[in-house]
Write a protein that binds this ligand. Structure first.
Ligand code: ATP
Length: 373
């Protein structure tokens, strides 16, 4: 499958229909094998000019290997990578208009912030006064005070060093910036701040950002599109809303945080949840044509407590056995037979008196997602 421009994002008016822009980077059937082990498996993907694309996936799914091929640090075993239409499979990193920012940053210790940022300009032979002017501009861009120009980089905090690395990456003036989990070593609050700043920086610079992370939350905050990898394959690519709201497989649904997922089977003309205890008859939004088995996904925020079974399309009787505070939200765990359902709501909507006892929970058919079993 080739992940290209989705029709919903293109101009479709007949009179003004624009030719889709050439992707800045294009992968066609790209694979990478190490001693017979396939780390990246037949990936085809168009990376659009100016987009913020994030690749997420569990550890070992091939994200770094994919990024290293895009940056020129590895050559594909199969397939082609083109940059604006030119084949670049064997082009070394320094000959590509791209720059990689990674977690370890690779800043020059014992050098000032300014000299770190100016390094790419010096290598290009830019005059000292112009270098300094540009470095100060870049420091402002990454929200570091100009006074940091003369500061030793080793005396900067983790977050500040991250900003220095970003400023240096921008000093190369690349067309595409690659990010390999640059925020993973930072504490939660700083990470949240930098996620937003990175998104702003993307918008202000107009450059193409390709970012990899384990964290779907990080991907959701920043990206125009998210690609999900599993065992070397790209299993779904789409907007954060599409990935969250319309996962195509159980794997993608489950990767996107805590969800209710259960098997369902066709019994006679109706669907029943595969669970012990009282059979749960299901009203599904769209049963799979011709299938007799499916997996049903219901996000905890779409589950609710019911006063009466008729208050939602699907109703389940269960017992609350746990309640967790998630900050502004509360999550209830409701046991029904051998199954645990998660019900989540804002603290303001929290069910008064919840915490124990038998409850009726349910969801509407339109709020469920049906995927292949
Ligand atoms: P993580 O999130 O843990 O960094 P990842 O999704 O980035 O993982 P990769 O680093 O791309 O995954 O690795 C994918 C698979 O390829 C792993 O099983 C890894 O051991 C293997 N691999 C990566 N590089 C090499 C190499 N140079 N030689 C042999 N195997 C490798």
């Amino acid at each position: 499958m080739t992940w290209t421009n989705e029709p919903d994002r293109q101009q479709t008016g007949t009179a003004t229909m624009a030719k889709p822009a050439l992707p800045v980077l294009q992968l066609v059937g790209v694979s990478k094998r190490f001693d017979g082990f396939t780390a990246v498996d037949d990936i085809s993907l168009d990376i659009r000019e100016g987009e913020f694309l994030t690749i997420v996936g569990p550890s070992g799914s091939g994200k770094t290997t994919l990024l290293r091929m895009l940056a020129g640090l590895e050559q594909p075993s199969d397939g082609n990578i083109t940059l604006r239409g030119t084949l670049i499979n064997d082009l070394p990193p320094r000959a590509r208009p791209t720059c990689l920012v990674f977690q370890s940053l690779a800043l020059f210790p014992h050098m000032t912030v300014g000299r770190n940022v100016e390094f790419p300009l010096k290598a290009k032979g830019v005059a000292a006064a112009i270098r300094k002017e540009r470095a100060l501009e870049l420091l402002r861009m990454v929200r570091l005070p100009e006074s940091y120009y003369g500061k030793n980089v080793m005396t900067c905090s983790g977050g500040e060093r991250q900003r220095v690395a970003l400023a240096r990456a921008f000093a190369y003036d690349p067309d595409v910036l690659f990010f390999d989990e640059p925020l993973s070593a930072l504490d939660y609050k700083l990470k949240k701040l930098l996620e937003k700043e990175l998104k702003d920086l993307h918008k202000e610079s107009g450059k193409t950002f390709v970012y990899i992370t384990h964290s779907l939350e990080e991907a959701m905050v920043m990206s125009d599109r998210i690609g999900v990898m599993r065992a070397g394959k790209l299993v779904q690519v789409g907007s954060p809303e599409a990935i969250y709201g319309a996962p195509q497989t159980r794997f993608v649904a489950e990767f996107l945080g805590e969800v209710n997922v259960f098997g369902a089977s066709l019994e006679g003309t109706g669907w029943v949840a595969e669970t012990s205890g009282e059979p749960i008859r299901l009203v599904l939004p769209k049963p799979l044509a011709g299938a007799s088995k499916a997996a049903v996904v219901v996000r905890p925020e779409y589950m609710k407590f019911l006063a009466d079974p008729g208050d939602a399309d699907n109703a389940v009787r269960g017992v609350i056995y746990n309640e967790y505070s998630l900050g502004s939200r509360i999550q209830y765990q409701v046991r029904a037979g051998d199954r645990v359902f998660l019900v989540e709501m804002s603290r303001a909507q929290a069910r008064p008196g919840a915490g124990s006892g038998e409850v009726l929970i349910g969801w509407n058919a339109a709020d469920a997602i049906v995927v292949e079993a």
